[in-house]
Design a protein around this ligand. Structure first.
Ligand SMILES: Cc1cc2nc3c(=O)[nH]c(=O)nc-3n(C[C@H](O)[C@H](O)[C@H](O)COP(=O)(O)OP(=O)(O)OC[C@H]3O[C@@H](n4cnc5c(N)ncnc54)[C@H](O)[C@@H]3O)c2cc1C
Length: 455
């Protein structure tokens, strides 16, 4: 029997932060220095910023799902499943495997990078009727759903049904919601040419946000440019407005308007993974409160980063400022956290995470885009070149780069396709079905699970 005497490093989550950390550990640690294990429900790292392009069919799903096993120094043990609780006292992580088995995984060092889930509110009908834009399955499903609405509207003889199938509502004016509305509107705009019985004027996209501005990070001028582009394309933008209630065939806005629609896409922000609450430690709006070295105060060997952690934003220099939940930060924090795990392991001192924001890129589909790299405001084609160039270079594997470039080229030359791939089942799946938010344990259940296994 193989008796393990090496320190055990457990990384939870294979997103930007988790994979950034694992790859660095594999590169910098020799295999007899420590064992590295990764817990993840999926066998890929999802490049989330390009998800709206999967929803609109510009990119195929597998082109942004980067295999975890494609790496020169790959030697990590991967547990297919999700962490559902962490017991800090006994240093055990409770995992639900993809076959629904509950296992206790002991660790010496733990890196928590499970990211975030869609933030929802207590709005009647929301979780039952809205789609999110957070997983590959959701993006692929939404694409099928939108094309299905065109097919069914085309076949329907009932004007009311047609009108409701051709209206689409996206909630959330951040980059995720804005890009989603922009990319999908472009898809339906191009698709309708292939549906001669449909009146293109009936297709209506609504983008709403309770905030007074779209993407405030862009600044006033660039934000207004993005709005103008979207308005010119016929997207109706309503600010200071949210959803009062959602039903299967209509959505009521807080300003009293009732929109007949079968498509509600909810992207109104994210909240840290429910895993963080199982630790019973201090959180800042759900994100685990960590030091600038990303370790949990009072718990050597426990680290958290990315969307799941409130990492002080040292580059901003403002008291209490934490890094925003972006891929840019998560990716870079992954490397620093790996260095800090190694430093702790070797008895050296840790370093703080400091990174100045590089700016924002927003792809609005086709040649429309706005971006602000290093504070420079760009619009149209130059902004699109920067947006695509940035994402392309940030893709971790060469095969993903090749797939994405091929898809972009093909889409530019041959245009969109409007094929349903058959994800539409009889029972429609919605927000609550994709993110498994009801799998997590309470801190008391974690304790009982760990003690039960030990007795
Ligand atoms: C549509 C969209 C567009 C975006 N565009 C941009 C952009 O243009 N620029 C930008 O900087 N940011 C963008 N973001 C935000 C960015 O994607 C996130 O900030 C980033 O992914 C956070 O990285 P992370 O590693 O913390 O989490 P993720 O990348 O979300 O990774 C978390 C991983 O953990 C896994 N996981 C979840 N729960 C568990 C569990 N219990 N146990 C084990 N594993 C678990 C998940 O499956 C996932 O693989 C966008 C986000 C979305 C949704």
């Amino acid at each position: 029997m193989d008796i393990v005497t090496r320190p055990r490093i457990l990384v939870v989550g294979a997103g930007f932060a988790g994979v950034g950390c694992v790859r660095r550990l594999e590169r910098k640690l020799s295999s007899d220095e420590a064992d590295v294990t990764l817990v993840t429900p999926f066998s890929y790292q999802l490049y989330l910023p390009l998800l709206p392009q999967v929803a609109s069919g510009v990119l195929t799903p597998q082109s942004i799902a980067l295999s975890l096993r494609r790496s020169k120094k790959y030697r990590t043990r991967i547990i297919p499943g999700g962490a559902i609780g962490v017991d800090l006292r006994s240093k055990v992580c409770v995992i639900r495997t993809i076959t629904d088995r509950i296992v206790n995984e002991p660790y010496d060092y733990i890196v928590l990078a499970p990211g975030s889930i869609t933030r929802t509110f207590d709005i009647p009908g929301l979780t039952e009727h809205a789609f999110g834009m957070k997983t590959l399955a959701e993006a692929a499903y939404i694409r099928d759903h939108v094309i299905t609405q065109l097919d069914l509207a085309d076949a329907s003889q009932d004007p009311a049904e047609r009108a409701s199938r051709l209206q689409f509502v996206v909630v959330g004016g951040g980059y995720a919601g804005t890009e989603t509305a922009a990319c999908l509107q472009r898809l339906t705009h191009n698709a309708v040419k292939r549906y001669p019985r449909l009146d293109p004027r009936l297709i209506k996209w609504h983008l709403i946000d309770i905030a007074p501005k779209l993407m405030p990070e862009l600044g006033d001028k660039l934000g207004r440019s993005a709005q103008e582009v979207l308005r010119k394309r016929g997207i109706e933008i309503s600010l200071g407005v949210s959803i009062a209630k959602a039903g299967p065939e209509e959505v009521t806005f807080t300003d009293g308007r009732v929109i007949p629609t079968r498509t509600l896409i909810w992207t109104a922000g994210v909240v840290a993974s429910p895993l963080m609450a199982t630790l019973g430690a201090e959180t800042v709006r759900g994100r685990l409160a960590v030091t600038s070295s990303m370790n949990l105060p009072g718990h050597d060997g426990v680290f958290a980063l990315g969307d799941a952690a409130a990492v002080p934003d040292e580059a901003k220099g403002e008291e209490g400022a934490v890094c925003p939940p972006t891929a840019q930060h998560a990716m870079r924090q992954g490397k620093v956290v790996a260095d800090n795990v190694i430093a702790t392991l070797r008895g050296q001192s840790m370093k703080p995470y400091v990174h100045k924001d590089l700016g924002l890129v927003v792809d609005l589909g086709g040649t429309d885009a706005v971006s602000k790299p290093l504070g420079v405001e760009l619009r149209g084609l130059p902004a699109q070149a920067v947006a695509r160039g940035y994402h392309w270079s940030a893709l971790r594997t060469n095969v993903a780069k090749a797939r994405v470039l091929t898809n972009w080229t093909l889409n530019a030359l041959a245009g969109d396709d409007f094929v349903r791939t058959g994800f539409q089942s009889r029972r429609p799946a919605r927000l609550k079905d994709f993110e498994y938010t009801d799998s997590y344990l309470t801190p008391e259940q974690v304790r009982a699970q760990v003690e039960g296994a030990g007795s």
